[in-house]
Structure formats: C-alpha cells, structure tokens
Design a protein around this ligand. Sequence first.
Ligand SMILES: Cc1cc2nc3c(=O)[nH]c(=O)nc-3n(C[C@H](O)[C@H](O)[C@H](O)COP(=O)(O)OP(=O)(O)OC[C@H]3O[C@@H](n4cnc5c(N)ncnc54)[C@H](O)[C@@H]3O)c2cc1C
Ligand code: SF4
Length: 337
Amino acid sequence: MDWKEVYEAQEKGVLKSQAGRCMDCGVPFCHQGCPLGNLIPEWNDLVWRDKGEEAMERLHATNNFPEFTGRLCPAPCEASCVLGINQPAVTIKQVEVSIVDQAFENGWVNPLPPARLTGKTVAVVGSGPAGLAVAQQLTRVGHTVAVYERDDKIGGLLRYGIPDFKMEKEQVDRRLEQMKAEGTRFRTGVAVGTDVTWEQLRRRYDAVVVATGATVPRDLPIPGRELEGVHFAMDYLVPANRVVAGRRWRTRSTLPESTLSSSAAATPARTASAPRTGTRPPRSPPWRSASSRPLSAPATSHGRRSPPCSKLPAPTRKAANAPTSPPPWSSSARTAN
Ligand SMILES: Cc1cc2nc3c(=O)[nH]c(=O)nc-3n(C[C@H](O)[C@H](O)[C@H](O)COP(=O)(O)OP(=O)(O)OC[C@H]3O[C@@H](n4cnc5c(N)ncnc54)[C@H](O)[C@@H]3O)c2cc1C
Ligand code: SF4
C-alpha cells in the first residue's frame, strides 16, 4: 500500500471522444455551474481538435491552478451540463485535469514574469490556494509580492489538509517553482500577528492581502458525537500529511490558536467524574502521550526561520501564549477601538 494519488490518467481516445460530446451549447450551463467561470466548451473543442497547448491557455485564462481544481473540485459544472438531462454529462473535470497534466508533461507551463515592475509592494498573508492565486496575479501585473506563511511549508490546506491520495504534493511544488521564477517571494515560519505585527506589515508594504483561511473544524452536533473515538478529521489529517511528507508526527501544527484555545476554553477538561453530555470538544488522538503538548498550548513549534523580511523592523515577539491579534483595519479591531 502507498499514499499516492488514486486517480488514473484517462486514455487519450476516450478523453477526446468525451470532449467531442460537448455540444457547445448556446447557453452553456456548465459556465454557470463553475464558480470560476471556466471556458469549458472552448477547451473541450480544442481537446477534440488535438490543440492541447491552446486548450491549456484557455484553461489558464480563468484558472490559476487547474491541476488543483481538476483533482479536488466536486465539479458542479458536470451537474449543470445540458447533456446531463438525458444522458451522462461530459466528463469535464477529467478533461480539465488531463489538459493541465499534459501541459506540465510537455513543458508548456512556463513562468510568465511581468514585462515591467510597478514599484508597488504587496504582502499576502496565508499561502493556501487563495493566497497563491492572488500572489500570482499580482506578481504577473508587476507588483513585488511576498507571501507570508506561518507553517513550515507553502500550500495551506493543499499541503497539510488534503491527503496525498487525493492530490500528491508535487502538484503544489511544481506550481511553486513557476511562481518563484515569476518573482513571487515566499516567507515560511512567520505567523503574522505574532512574529511580525500587522502594523509593521502595513507600514512596510503598499497593500496587505489577508488570505488566512479557516482551519476551524466544523462540529457535527448529532446523537453519538459524544461517544469515545469520535474525533475531528483535522486532528489527524495535518499530522498524517506531515508523516507522508517524511516529517515527524506532530500534533496540532496548522490549527490556528483561535480554534484551539477557543475549543479548549469553551469546554472544561473532562474528568473521570464529568458526565458525558452535549457536544464534546475535539480531543487528542488516543495515542498522544500524556506529556505531549496540551491542546490549548500555543503553536510555538512551527519552524522558525530567518527573520521574515530583513527590511522589516525587528519583530515584536509576544508572549508565547498571546493570541494572534487581528489586523488593525479588520472590523473586529475597529470595534475594539
Ligand atoms: C481534507 C480536506 C479535503 C478537502 N477537499 C477539498 C475538495 O475536494 N475540493 C475543494 O474545493 N476543497 C477541498 N478542501 C477545502 C480546501 O482545501 C480549502 O477550501 C482551501 O484550502 C481554502 O483555501 P485558503 O487559501 O482560503 O485557506 P488555507 O488553505 O487554509 O490556507 C490559509 C493559510 O494561511 C496560513 N495562516 C493563517 N493565519 C496566518 C498568519 N497569521 N500568519 C501567517 N500565515 C497564516 C495558514 O497556516 C494556512 O497555510 C479540503 C480541505 C481538507 C482539509
Ligand atoms: S453544458 Fe455540457 S454540453 Fe453544453 S457547453 Fe457545457 S460542457 Fe458542453
């Protein structure tokens, strides 16, 4: 057994005939189904005509990372496909991922650095797909962009949430190579709000994009939730992904302090005599040793690297358990003021 992707490549003839089934509808409902507005009938037609490189360009026109969406998206486009009224929909997602996989194989995915720089600087906080997409777009129009990530690797949930069987991490790595070649800079091991303040970032850059995601597990308040052995998947997915990536098993790595402290604070520690009622908070995996970090402890174990940016003033390092402050321009901060 391995942890590799479970998907198999589509046979070229089948793929072509699937693309050829597309009717190029006058009102392509697949467009409405796709949250990105992908130009589906256009690249279906190009695949049918064996124009792989042009298909890749049309695919990238609306989608920075089709290799991610082609693997992960639940394909609402297929549910919207007109053909689906009385026969199977076009296998749009399979066509999408095949276009971009073929493009990488053939070396068609190249860096697209800007023709000139604008002189403007942007900090993007968070390196999940949202942060990466915005960083790529802003870099390509000529801004100087630095992505700040508190974890030890770039990718957000793509890296440490989604298991390899669904998407191997080489997909993230090869896209990062393209982004680096285009000029996007990456700073890992920097928790904004702790290692550097939001004010410092705001002073240093012309603009700051907050793309910090929401690694908050959603509870399921149903009967049986309180039973032994019912855990949040995120307690397992993050450390399991680390192990598959060749790292140490480390509990609670990318879960944000807010999640952990709030869930820990919201529910008193269970004692032997405490009755099991209501919804139970997330608990440690059973094999977590008693001496390991308690769930409410702050995330101090992520890789500390070189200072986040040499031009930034010395970061104000807060007490280890200080909460990450919201950006000063956020609504919660404004309310507090
Ligand atoms: C197991 C699993 C399977 C999934 N499967 C699918 C799927 O099939 N299809 C689909 O569409 N979606 C799927 N998702 C959801 C998808 O991964 C998320 O919607 C997506 O990653 C959100 O992107 P994001 O960029 O907003 O945030 P994230 O990916 O969460 O990235 C945010 C990043 O910001 C960083 N960060 C946060 N605060 C700070 C700070 N103060 N300083 C520095 N860095 C910070 C975090 O460490 C993180 O790396 C899945 C998620 C999981 C966990
Ligand atoms: S709805 Fe289906 S058949 Fe019509 S253009 Fe979109 S993919 Fe093609």
